[in-house]
Design a protein around this ligand. Structure first.
Ligand code: IVH
Length: 702
């Protein structure tokens, strides 16, 4: 999933650049839109995976589309990561190894706070500030000179005493003052505005606007940490001296930057900084460690996207305790009932958390209480957390939030007498429809129990979710049929299942809130149009548990029609590549369920066509062929290669077996290549693959 998101983000950003900057688009707008939609969809269902550089991010509603592009003459790179002392020592070892005989006995490093703000480049010509740009994808960001020049910490003119170079690009971060951030959010809440999620978003939302007003009023400040161009080894011989040069030019630098001799001193400095971390008026999320000598930096050079001479140490995720106010149970699309903790709001890892999911196997007892059954001996783990008894109202629970990951409840802080109160337990009846809940054990993992409401479309929560899924862009793509509308239709009992959508008429629709006659007509047209959606989309739209888009595509290709699929027994289903016993069982359950069959029949009767698979425009030369990719392919990421194979109708698997048709091997291919040779699976290089695709250039297949 992350791979696909990474690929989409990189690809969309690349197309953005081609389009906006080079005026040389490679793909039609429609294709761009499809990729963009796919990314939006993935991000909506996996908010924890949203990348900072995602093209879907429109921070604070800022009209980023209208900001002009800003090209970095020297790309703004990212940094490798270190998460432990061992990682830091390894970083030091790598550097010594790379320097070989030139390595000094102890390497001198700069240890600097890793400032958690909006990355910024300032450009000075003949001492005057002429431009400011965000990092963007590292090559091209957005020009934000008009907002950045309102910050008092950004000098409009460099100090003469510092002998400004003719051209200087300075890199740093724009930070939001923390007390100011809290105060601003309080005022926003009082006014009924949405509070900003965290200081970094607030900084970005303020800087990436056309209106410079907010930037001039809000407590933002700039801190410099490096130079892109202008001050090199001819002016400073170390990173420390470079920072001093920047300071002498009037640019703010961080007072906590420290020079350390040897990696052990670096480790000690990082620990000290960690202890200070929460006393600062700005957010830091780690420490950046840089080889101090610029000559050694030059000798070490760069990897693809990051320098070999620096790394970013990330502090472990914040943990905080807060009060558990309540546990509510939410019903998902497939009827699974999951507990959600309602918490006294608390800041952790840069955001205020009020809800957390409790759904994971450690937290579920066989008695259907949250956490393990009471009465067992208390067992404190390494962090002194009590994990074994159920959750009670008023408990102090410990939360952790790592980066962009949804908060997790780690455990309960024990206190005398807490076990006197009854623990929260799963309800016996569905909290939405009141049907008795079923308990499904996972045959393979006894700890994993799913509590399910089996009332399906008879349960409002499941009905709404099913309709939302059915109408969604990747399924039947019914434009204009949004969440609010679905809720109204369900509430007024106009729709009891997807098929009923096709019986809606103008007068019913225009009677709904916020629905004019024109939009009602458009919606009816969109519903009508959806009748022709391809078989694979329609299968996906049915919302059969375990059947995602990829499986729906495989099923559509294999069976070619809906009836053949519904008549298939488990053995026939398992004959489809990529369908295992669990998916087969779920499909069978669906096809034998009277209600589900009635829904399908009703869709047919309403005119939904389930047309046999439509071949896409790309030649489907690889249908039925399974590929495994391994090693580094020259000039193409594995994800890109995978996309090409999928587009041509092939499949990509993660491991080599007798069913593998081809292994595509790049440089440094390892065990998969050996296995291919053992099994006698044909091995291709990238050009072999491109030949099969009938193209020599990856771009040409589009
Ligand atoms: S130096 C070659 N120093 O972290 C890249 N970066 O993950 C060198 N950052 O894009 C950047 N504090 O936006 C450097 N003291 C610091 C930093 C810092 C924060 C950011 C910066 C960079 C990102 C890399």
């Amino acid at each position: 999933m992350q791979d696909r998101i990474d690929w989409l983000v990189a690809e969309l950003n690349r197309h953005n650049r081609l389009y906006h900057e080079l005026s040389a688009p490679e793909i039609p707008d429609r294709e761009y839109d499809l990729l963009f939609r796919e990314l939006e969809q993935l991000e909506a269902s996996h908010p924890e995976l949203v990348r900072e550089d995602s093209p879907t991010r429109r921070v604070g509603g800022a009209p980023v589309d209208s900001l002009p592009p800003f090209t970095h003459r020297v790309p703004m790179l990212s940094l490798g990561n270190a998460f432990s002392e061992a990682d830091l020592r390894e970083f030091d070892t790598r550097i010594r190894r790379a320097l070989g005989e030139d390595a000094p006995a102890q390497i001198a490093y700069m240890v600097e706070p890793k400032l958690d703000g909006l990355a910024m480049e300032l450009v000075y010509q003949e001492g005057d500030l002429v431009a400011a740009g965000t990092r963007g994808d590292g090559q091209t960001g957005e020009e934000v000179t008009h907002t950045v020049r309102t910050l008092r910490s950004v000098p409009r003119r460099l100090r003469e005493e510092g002998r400004p170079p003719a051209y200087l690009s300075v890199r740093g971060e724009v930070l939001f003052d923390l007390p100011g951030f809290e105060a601003m959010n309080r005022r926003r809440v009082e006014r009924g505005d949405k509070p900003f999620e965290n200081p970094r978003n607030a900084a970005a939302g303020t800087i990436r606007q056309l209106d410079p007003g907010p930037a001039s009023r809000r407590p933002l400040f700039f801190v410099a940490h490096s130079a892109g161009e202008g001050i090199g080894t001819e002016r400073a011989s170390t990173q420390g001296a470079l920072l001093a040069e920047l300071a002498s030019l009037g640019l703010p630098i961080n007072p906590l930057n420290r020079r350390c001799l040897g990696i052990e001193a670096v480790i000690a400095a990082i620990a000290e900084l960690g202890a200070l971390r929460h006393t600062l008026d700005y957010e830091i999320d780690g420490a950046v460690v840089k080889v101090d000598e610029l000559a050694l930096q030059d000798a070490l050079g760069f990897l693809t996207r990051s320098p070999r001479w620096a790394t970013a140490y990330k502090y472990p995720p914040d943990q905080v305790a807060t009060e558990l106010r309540n546990v509510i149970f939410s019903v998902g699309r497939t009827g699974a009932v999951t507990p959600v903790a309602e918490l006294e709001g608390v800041r952790v890892g840069g955001v205020t958390v009020r809800n957390a999911t409790l759904h994971n196997e450690h937290q579920m007892s066989r008695e259907m209480r949250l956490f393990l059954a009471p009465g067992q001996p208390a067992l404190l783990d390494e962090q002194g957390l009590e994990r074994r008894t159920g959750l009670r109202r008023g408990d102090r629970v410990v939360l952790q939030r790592a980066g962009d990951v949804i908060p997790q409840v780690l455990g309960v802080v024990d206190r005398p007498g807490r076990e006197a109160a009854p623990p929260f337990a799963y309800p016996a009846l569905c909290p939405v429809c009141g049907d008795p809940l079923a308990r499904e054990e996972n045959p393979r993992e006894a700890q994993k129990v799913t509590v399910r409401c089996r009332n399906r479309l008879g349960c409002r929560a499941q009905l709404e979710a099913a309709l939302k899924h059915f109408a969604s862009r990747r399924a039947m793509d019914i434009e204009g049929l949004g969440e609010k509308l679905i809720e109204q239709l369900v509430q007024h009992k106009r729709v009891g299942g997807p098929a009923d959508l096709y019986g809606l008429d103008l007068s019913t629709l225009s009677g709904l809130e916020r629905m004019g006659e024109k939009s009602a007509q458009n919606l009816l047209a969109a519903i009508e149009e959806s009748k022709g959606r391809s078989l694979e989309r329609a299968i996906f739209a049915l919302g059969i548990p375990q059947v995602g888009e990829a499986t729906a595509r495989d099923l559509a290709r294999h069976f070619g029609g809906l009836e053949a699929l519904l008549d298939a027994d488990e053995a026939a289903l398992m004959a489809v590549d990529g369908v295992g016993p669990e998916v087969a069982r779920s499909l069978r359950e669906f096809s034998q369920d009277e209600g589900s069959r009635a829904q399908v029949a009703a869709l047919r009767a309403a005119g939904v066509l389930f047309p046999a698979i439509q071949r896409s425009a790309a030649p489907q030369s690889l249908i039925g062929k399974t590929f495994v990719l391994t090693g580094t392919l020259p000039g193409m990421s594995r994800d890109e290669a995978k996309a090409l194979i999928l587009a041509a109708g092939g499949k990509v698997s993660g491991s080599v077996s007798a069913k593998t048709d081809y292994v595509v091997a790049g440089e440094e291919a390892g065990s998969k290549l050996l296995r291919a040779n053992e099994l006698g699976v044909p091995v291709l290089d990238l050009s072999g693959l491109l030949n099969m695709l009938g193209t020599s250039e990856p771009g040409e297949t589009r």
